[in-house]
Design a protein around this ligand. Sequence first.
Ligand code: AMP
Length: 528
Amino acid sequence: MSEVIGIDLGTTYSCVAYINGQQPAVIPNLEGSNTTPSVVSFTATGEPLVGLPALRQAITNPENTVYSVKRLIGKKYDSPEISQLRDRFPYRMAEAPNGDILIEAGSLVYTPQEISALILSYLKRCAENYLGTEVEEAVITVPAYFNDHQRQATKDAATICGLKVLRIINEPTAASLAYGFNTRKNGKLAVYDLGGGTFDITVLEIQDGVFHVLSTSGDTFLGGDDFDNRLIAWLLDEFWKEHGVDLSQDRFALQRIKEAAEKAKRELSFTPETEINLPFICATERGSLHIQKKINRSFFENLTVDLVERTLVICEQALKDAGLDISRIDEVILVGGQTRMPLVRRMVADYFKRQPAARINPDEIVAMGAALQASIIKGQTRELVLLLDVTPFSLGIETENGMFQKIIERNTTIPARKTMAFTTVENNQRRVRIHVLQGESQVAADNKSLATFDLVGIDPAPAGVPQIDVTFEIDADGILRVSARDTATGREQKIEVKPAAGLLPEELQEIIERRQKEVKNRNEEGLL
Ligand code: AMP
């Protein structure tokens, strides 16, 4: 029988777990570590390396080493967040014909889904190696604040590498599941999750095995990388002031600075002072130049305090949405590597007026929760656990005057299904265009476009007579399906779905076939 696993597919690190007996346990990777860098590097022959071997290539082969792909998945090339980020990555990106992102490495281009698939495939292999059996199914976690495209793209990544996704669950919900499973306490919980690239806050209630998410809020562009970037920007600035040399365009130097900044940041979580030492960072006609800087914790805290403040504003929103005062929270749990920073712990403790729960490994708890959920779905646990999650955004359609009509409100428990009736605006109108959006603004253009649907073949009738029922359905993975029906004729109408982003089924199939061929070739060459 094949085993099921839980995967925390992180921005910077990923982790995989399974259920050993009745307890969740982390599966070490092929190098023996509990977490794997979410990095893929392509060698000169185009062979992909994943995890630690890939991370080691980051300095010598920066242009072909892809990291933080989770920040790109399900995003548009020209979206404001990506435009801001593009120049900071040493690898190159291009725009796909549908506006999605493509990553250029060596002579090939990859979708973010394919890069994530390589990471998932490596984790699958680690699990198979460790468990000594095939692994075909997994629960994969995503930030609670991931939108429909990002969730679908994550699912597609799993499909590419031959993993069946039992469920996509939200990282904070997974963490609460593992925590609640261990402590068996009832009460209201705030899960503060600050990872490498994303921030999520989830407020939930645990009552006798029912995990009921009350609200969730977050920012998919706020995480540990931003803390690193503050230090990087300061180092570049100092170097410019001291030497008049701009290192920001030097990909090799930038990669070394990035690594050193992240390492210094981690050290400052445990020591009051650290030193960044980068000899021979660049060569000029005046000779080689070096970086040598002492940094203390309070300096770094000043540099980043506003980032933590931003997370607290989001916490405020989540509490408001849950209709709870801070005093009603019984426990705060911290998830994500960045919560190891003392400033984060201090500010979160001050804000919630309580110390966060101890003895939680923020790097492993999400994968453990995912493994638990996998075993619950497969009926392998004795416990009776029910997970009631919510949708993080309001979903609806654009109305005639450019306004946004919400059909499902944010923080609605999922799975959810709701139908709303609409009509035509012109006499004898034969077709209506349904523009699906997510967001909170009343103005459609301010929200995120998800898809457009054409409902065709409406019987001629005066404006306002036909009744068109638009149904929104969100499944347990948080993925949305929309359908439209002309009830005037009583017949189901055909709808043309034009996804605004992501892979079309035929593109996904083509990638799967290509990937299978690559794996076969490598097997024949003895590379895998
Ligand atoms: P995750 O996505 O949960 O793996 O979080 C990874 C983020 O946590 C990265 O930005 C790391 O640099 C950061 N991180 C890991 N360990 C520490 C630490 N000791 N202090 C501060 N940040 C850390």
